[in-house]
Design a protein around this ligand. Structure first.
Ligand code: PLP
Length: 390
């Protein structure tokens, strides 16, 4: 079988690989402390599920408009306006089968072979792989752990060349939980405007902010011709499996993303769109409860990690990940990078984590704390025992 050069540029998602290995152990009835999956352990709220059941009962099971049903797009722009003070129109909203698809379509629509894309490191692995797939050239912006992985507009500015086409920012951040302050985000957007670039602001974790930080979307900015907001129902409403995401941006860009959607996935699942509509229009108490619970879990995880000698961890201010540095144990055991360590944690301690190599750093592990306190306590206990032995 002759494969294309294009498909050979990318690898299977490291995160999905961890999930598969963890599943295999669960099938063998191994009691796993699973910090791997970046997905809420909460069920999808009942009123959202009921809307899907109603949609099936009412035969809402046919093709819909490719870019999503009008009611959902309308509800999305209204909710965004209410939450963040933006003023997008329905034509500036595209519903996609998951946030990932929106990112894929946007990069396909704007990048030519060799165009440079500035991507802060650590990065969510999918950004890098899509850049490579569509022929872009990733230009990695190193952030510093001692500065809590802060992304500075000035540092981005230094990497801009005549070949730069796109800048990607994800705040709150997967995998570090870092949050870019609104003022800094505005400056990054200012750079995009000045240099005629596109800025993708991935705001999938925008509702999960802690320590008094106020929800913020760059979409509330007046200068938004150079901005594409990507968002998702996956995390906000515990709807990972339903596959609904959306993008807000310039109508010309959206029209071109829509072309690709029309020849690939077509419309997002009709039933899931009705569920998404109920999510946006319905009560938001579930989101608040999840946020409160995540903050509680975050504190427990950070406390537990800090109590393991040799491990340090920057405080995450959003999302549901911790990104501890385990460099001490890598050196002590001459382990090279964290992929071997993550394997050993899985098989010897039955703790699933994602190695930081998936996110472009050598000394970290990603811990998803979207799991119960009971699992968190047990996982931390196992990690402490494991590290005390190696
Ligand atoms: C930073 C980030 N963006 C986008 C997504 C995409 O989510 P989905 O495709 O489930 O909407 C994820 C999922 O993990 C993510 O972590």
């Amino acid at each position: 079988m002759q494969l294309s050069e294009r498909i050979s540029r990318i690898s299977f998602s490291t995160i999905a690989t961890v999930l598969q290995k963890a599943e295999a152990l669960k099938v063998q009835d191994t009691k796993l402390a699973d910090f791997g999956a970046g997905e809420p352990d909460f069920p999808t709220p009942d009123h959202i599920k009921q809307a899907a059941i109603d949609a099936i009962a009412e035969d809402f099971t046919k093709y819909t408009p490719t870019g999503g049903i009008g009611e959902l797009r309308q509800a999305l722009v209204e909710k965004h306006a209410k939450d963040y003070g933006s003023n997008y129109t329905v034509e500036e909203c595209l519903v996609t089968p998951g946030g990932k698809q929106a990112i894929f379509e946007a990069m396909s629509a704007v990048l030519n072979e060799g165009d440079e894309v500035i991507l802060p490191t650590p990065y969510w692995v999918t950004f890098l792989e899509i850049i490579k797939y569509v022929g872009g050239k990733p230009v990695l912006l190193e952030t510093s752990e001692s500065e809590n992985f802060a992304v500075h507009a000035q540092a981005i500015g230094k990497l801009i060349t005549p070949k730069t086409k796109l800048v990607i920012v994800n705040s709150p951040h997967n995998p570090t939980g870092a949050v870019v302050p609104p003022g800094e985000m505005e400056k990054i957007l200012g750079l995009a405007v000045y240099h005629n670039l596109l800025l993708i602001s991935d705001e999938c974790y925008g509702h999960f902010l802690y320590d008094g930080r106020k929800p913020f979307s760059l979409g509330s900015s007046r200068e938004r011709d150079h901005l594409l907001i990507v968002d998702s129902f996956s995390k906000t409403y515990a709807m990972t499996g339903w596959r609904v995401g959306f993008a807000l941006g310039h109508r010309k860009l959206l029209a071109n993303m829509l072309k690709l959607q029309s020849h690939s996935t077509s419309n997002p699942n009709s039933i899931a769109q009705k569920a998404a509509l109920a999510a946006v229009e319905g009560p938001q108490g579930h989101v608040d409860r999840m946020r409160t619970e995540y903050r509680h879990r975050r504190d427990r995880v950070i406390e537990g990690l800090k109590s393991i000698p040799g491990i340090r961890c920057v405080p995450p201010h959003g999302a549901f990940y911790a990104y501890p540095n385990v460099g001490h144990y890598l050196k002590k055991n001459s382990l090279g990078d964290t992929s071997v360590l993550a394997e050993r944690l899985l098989h010897e301690a039955h703790v699933a984590v994602v190695p930081g190599t998936a996110f472009g750093t050598q000394e970290h592990l990603r811990i998803s704390y979207a799991t119960s306190l009971e699992h968190i306590d047990e996982g931390l206990r196992r990690m402490a025992a494991f590290f005390s032995k190696i």
